[in-house]
Design a protein around this ligand. Sequence first.
Ligand SMILES: NC(=O)c1ccc[n+]([C@@H]2O[C@H](COP(=O)([O-])OP(=O)(O)OC[C@H]3O[C@@H](n4cnc5c(N)ncnc54)[C@H](OP(=O)(O)O)[C@@H]3O)[C@@H](O)[C@H]2O)c1
Length: 255
Amino acid sequence: MNKTALITGASSGLGREFAWICAENGYDLVITARNTDALNALKNELEAKFGVRVFVFDCDLSQNTSADKICEFVRENSLKIDILINNAGFGDHCEFVKSDLKKQLEMVQVNIASLLNLTHYFANLMIEQNGGKILNIASAASLTAGPKMSVYYASKAFVRNFSVALGEELRAQNISVTAFCPGPVATNFGERAGVKNAKIFARSDDAGAVARRGFEAMMSGKTLVYDGRFMLLANLLTRIFPLKFCAKVTGFLNG
Ligand SMILES: NC(=O)c1ccc[n+]([C@@H]2O[C@H](COP(=O)([O-])OP(=O)(O)OC[C@H]3O[C@@H](n4cnc5c(N)ncnc54)[C@H](OP(=O)(O)O)[C@@H]3O)[C@@H](O)[C@H]2O)c1
């Protein structure tokens, strides 16, 4: 029987690429997002090309009941999840006080709370299964504070720090947790967040290549991986300079 990977946000961008890579590596899949047409098209492509089973579950992770529904779906289909990829997420370019608060809270629900919910449920099952792999998609944004995208940057700092801590807690149980932090990637993210034309997105990496490096990092059990052409420099600068200074520069780059 094939192993199974559960991927959130698989309808586009990095999540779609993760689905391809997992299927190519012989994993059956549970793919989730809101865009059912895109998920069903992906299911048909992957089943035809790789002969794996693909389960589609459409859900809106900004609703606080959705993660539980995914768990229920997995239970009902008697699936055993070997890999969990918490990839769904979005940003919003705005000044916080002028922003739509509902959207900011939905971002916290998708980027943080739903990720916690799924991780808690599946990590416990992985303990019973004596192993598993969790890949949490953080971001270069986790390195600093990001004016005009303050909630997004803070949400990714949460994902990064939480994942590293959880990785330590689960190490002895044969479960790896990888916090993957890409720089700008060419996906729908920039357009949706309203930062497509920001200086920070002037050069973005190819989604397929980034996802492949993320998958490899997870498979080799790495804890924290920064990915992208300027990440070494960004990592160094954010260690040297005070957070307030880095935030000013980031605010400029966010445009
Ligand atoms: N692109 C970048 O520059 C970049 C850099 C660093 C980190 N990241 C992170 O990478 C991850 C993937 O983003 P991407 O770049 O691939 O962007 P993307 O193409 O916009 O994909 C985002 C995915 O998340 C899903 N999603 C968004 N809101 C959702 C909701 N309310 N409920 C369920 N699913 C939802 C979307 O599906 P539906 O719309 O169909 O629901 C989509 O499949 C995100 O966590 C993002 O923060 C991106």
